[in-house]
Design a binder for this molecule. Sequence first.
Ligand code: HEC
Ligand code: HEC
Ligand code: HEC
Ligand code: HEC
Ligand code: HEC
Ligand code: HEC
Ligand code: HEC
Ligand code: HEC
Ligand code: HEC
Length: 435
Amino acid sequence: MMMTMGKLLRCTPALLAGFLLAPKATAQEPESSCVTCHAAFGDERLSGPVESYPNDVHAAQGFDCVACHGGDATVAGMGAMDPAAGYLGVPEGEDVLSVCGRCHSSAQFMRRYDPSLRVDQVAEYRTSVHGQRLLQQGDDRVATCSSCHPAHAIKPPSDPNSSVHPLNVAATCADCHANPEYMSPYPIPTDQHEKYLESIHWEKLSVARDLSAPTCNDCHGNHGAAPPGVSWVGNVCGQCHSVMAERFNQSFHSRIFAMLGNPGCATCHNNHEIKLADIEMLGVDEGSVCGRCHSAESRGGIVATRMRTLIDSLSLARERADSILERAENAGMEVSQAQFDLNGATTALVSARTAVHSFDVEGVREEVESGLEVAAQAWERGQEAMDDLRFRRTGLAISVGIIVLLIIGLVLKIRQLEPAGAGPSRKSAPGGEAR
Ligand code: HEC
Ligand code: HEC
Ligand code: HEC
Ligand code: HEC
Ligand code: HEC
Ligand code: HEC
Ligand code: HEC
Ligand code: HEC
Ligand code: HEC
């Protein structure tokens, strides 16, 4: 069946032209016999497509069953599915590419509907691991177009219910990749989805709804899905983390890692379970990444420790400045400018953490030193504010003291001036009597 279908698709240009040039269906057209007859079956396999198809992007464009399956929808009986009328059956494997590609690989055709839509999906797919296994080894367990875009329920990626909407892609890939039984013929792990769900990327995507965070296809490609070979892991991550990638690509690690077969950024950050970066990664202590390959005494280890010490010193200086400014602010002192200026130290800290990726102490030192200067100035301004506060408090205490002394003096003076017989007049106060 597959062979004959492939041949049919290749040998009937007139028929294909018929598909391609058929005008969009209109509401006036008689209901297709495919739909009428299939809807009448209790068998889910036959009626299911009819039920879900109305919500498919292709139905919305006016295409009917014939657009993919061929046949003649104007014939009421089983003759509608006569191969002589172009009926193709159920496309499988390579034939799916021909069916979808008939329209999607034709720029001329697609332009009539959406000129911005790419027309390279089939070409790209051929270069992917999926495509190569299918086309070269006849492996039919790999994904084809209809594995990721389920037939009869195909929706654009922007539709939240689409199998290829950013929030749904991971589950779509996981259908196969997280199924150990299905993947058992292959030597690759089936934990990518599980690990990805633990990553900062998925957290950003799913919780913060930050669509700039990557899911499977952002790193592996939509159609040219391939494992990021070690040489281009940096480029994959670099699409978004460009500064890190630039630093790393220029470092000697980049070349050595490629030689050793270490997967670039993923060597230190993992590929699927990428977490927030932590300063503990730097250095040679337990839990550090450098310590996995460098001993404390080696040059790499020494550099790691120096960079860690530098960054720690900036973190500490920044925190000290921040805390004194906060105390001053809470005491009502005006320090907003100094607090704003301290952002410069935060920026330097970020730059220093980025500079780590050059694996060169001097780069980190430069950033740290500029940050330390800013932090020191901010701290000084905080200190001044606190001194000011102390000065004002002392001044206040002195004035209060003087006022109190004056009052006491006054009271004593009044007593002195009071006549001796003034006592009883207090006893006869109305409040005292009532009690
Ligand atoms: C008169 C009823 C009837 C009409 C009209 C009809 N079908 Fe079917 N179709 C069936 C039946 C019954 C089967 C199951 C046949 C079988 O299992 O061998 C079937 C099976 C199929 C299958 C699955 C074939 C397979 O090999 O599993 C496809 C695809 C299909 N039809 C598409 C169409 C299309 C497209 C049209 C319109 C051009 C159409 N049908 C018109 C009754 C109909
Ligand atoms: C955009 C292309 C496309 C359109 C339009 C389309 N189909 Fe299909 N259909 C497919 C593909 C591809 C398959 C193979 C299933 C798969 O790979 O998951 C399929 C499978 C089927 C099957 C077999 C299901 C099975 O589980 O074996 C039936 C029956 C069927 N289609 C009927 C229809 C009917 C009826 C319509 C119209 C309402 C229709 N299709 C419209 C692409 C299409
Ligand atoms: C008869 C021509 C035709 C066939 C066959 C066809 N498509 Fe389409 N497809 C279209 C057209 C036209 C659009 C609508 C473009 C638009 O309006 O955005 C479309 C839209 C899509 C979209 C949504 C694109 C977007 O971003 O809007 C996907 C995904 C898609 N098709 C996948 C498939 C797959 C997978 C197959 C094979 C199972 C297939 N198509 C078969 C013509 C076809
Ligand atoms: C491994 C899964 C997978 C396979 C296989 C696959 N696609 Fe896609 N496809 C996707 C993803 C994911 C997107 C969404 C891309 C995005 O978000 O922009 C997509 C998007 C599309 C689009 C929308 C336009 C675009 O290019 O972004 C079309 C059309 C399309 N695919 C058609 C096809 C066709 C035709 C095939 C078969 C050659 C195919 N796809 C195979 C996953 C797949
Ligand atoms: C229909 C099942 C299926 C679906 C869905 C699927 N894949 Fe695959 N994929 C496979 C099979 C089978 C292989 C072959 C395994 C191998 O190469 O060892 C494979 C291979 C791969 C490889 C190459 C692995 C290697 O190192 O050899 C990558 C990467 C990949 N898939 C990514 C994806 C992504 C990303 C998605 C979703 C957008 C996806 N796949 C969807 C079945 C699937
Ligand atoms: C942030 C980028 C990124 C994301 C997101 C991502 N991958 Fe990967 N993936 C990689 C890298 C990097 C490798 C490993 C390259 C190496 O070790 O050579 C890889 C390897 C793979 C492999 C080969 C087998 C293996 O585990 O080493 C498969 C299959 C795979 N990924 C599938 C997926 C699936 C499915 C998803 C979504 C659930 C996904 N990937 C999400 C970057 C990513
Ligand atoms: C599609 C864009 C994209 C790709 C591709 C990507 N990331 Fe990310 N990454 C993000 C976003 C968005 C965040 C969320 C935090 C942020 O805003 O920086 C993030 C966060 C991170 C973090 C945590 C940052 C922190 O503040 O501690 C690390 C580490 C990371 N990614 C490494 C990688 C690696 C390694 C790769 C390649 C295997 C990669 N990323 C691929 C977009 C991407
Ligand atoms: C040799 C190990 C190593 C490699 C390779 C590596 N990183 Fe890092 N990365 C680190 C360390 C250590 C930190 C933590 C620095 C810190 O927290 O002070 C870090 C931090 C980060 C951060 C967070 C920085 C921030 O400002 O919060 C991102 C994002 C990141 N790396 C991305 C990448 C990308 C992308 C690549 C590949 C181009 C890569 N890393 C390669 C060790 C590495
Ligand atoms: C996967 C193993 C691996 C990891 C992880 C790793 N390195 Fe390296 N590094 C190497 C190899 C291999 C060399 C070259 C041989 C050597 O000099 O030890 C090297 C060389 C160096 C050098 C140059 C040494 C010289 O002789 O000039 C420095 C500096 C360095 N690494 C720093 C670091 C830092 C800092 C980290 C952590 C952020 C780190 N490395 C993480 C493997 C690694």
